[in-house]
Design a protein around this ligand. Structure first.
Ligand SMILES: CC(C)(COP(=O)(O)OP(=O)(O)OC[C@H]1O[C@@H](n2cnc3c(N)ncnc32)[C@H](O)[C@@H]1OP(=O)(O)O)[C@@H](O)C(=O)NCCC(=O)NCCS
Length: 180
């Protein structure tokens, strides 16, 4: 429905479950989310059903990312509304299959979701949390216009070590200026 140069954002379908289960439980990918426990197919089905519910309630907008040309399922991008009056939301993005990284899909999906958030949901700001080791993601977020605004120190424990979480955000007016 919402399209960039390479990707389309659309509603999740239960028919996405096969593609999801192929890559979702990959440890390297999941390390980046700060949650390294496996999910069952049924849990992912609940996630999909919940994405429909949250959208209908206006609490979150969770989209599947697909390749615009081939319609291949690539991952998901989400915005959870956190403060209704201040129009503030938290953003997350995942390209599930590592073979699909570094092909421009994440950057393109980020551009599309920012346009959706600012121009269709009238959000005032969006933020996200990213781990310092996730250089690729940090590069993409900075390129799009996110700024580092702080750090939660040693909030993560993964593979025997604590690590910080970098908080980044972007305001609607900054995004408009960058895209005028
Ligand atoms: C992070 C993620 C969304 C990025 O999407 P992507 O499709 O791989 O990214 P793109 O291809 O659009 O862009 C990657 C950019 O990072 C750069 N990059 C790759 N590895 C890098 C590294 N180690 N250090 C710095 N930059 C790096 C690439 O050169 C490219 O930059 P460019 O477009 O300016 O040339 C995706 O890799 C992903 O989902 N990873 C696993 C889950 C995850 O980390 N999610 C984010 C949690 S905060």
């Amino acid at each position: 429905m919402f399209e960039g140069e390479k990707v389309r954002l659309r509603s999740f379908e239960l028919s996405d479950l096969d593609a999801i289960m192929e890559h979702w439980n990959d440890l390297e990918t999941r390390h980046n989310s700060g949650r390294a426990t496996p999910d069952s197919r049924q849990e992912r089905e609940e996630f999909i059903r919940n994405s429909w519910k949250l959208r209908s309630e206006g609490k979150a907008y969770i989209f599947a990312i697909e390749n615009k040309k081939t319609k291949e399922f690539l991952g998901h991008v989400s915005i959870y509304i956190q403060r209704n009056r201040a129009r503030s939301a938290n953003l997350g993005i995942f390209i599930y299959n590592k073979d699909h990284w570094d092909k421009g899909y994440g950057t393109d999906a980020m551009k599309v979701i920012l346009n959706f958030g600012f121009n269709y949901q009238n959000l005032h700001r969006m933020d996200l949390g990213v781990y310092p080791t996730n250089k690729r993601a940090i590069h993409v977020y900075k390129k799009i216009g996110f700024k580092e605004v702080g750090r939660k120190r040693e909030i993560r424990f993964m593979n025997g070590k604590y690590s910080d979480e970098i908080i980044m955000d972007i305001l609607q007016r900054e995004w408009r200026k960058k895209n005028e």
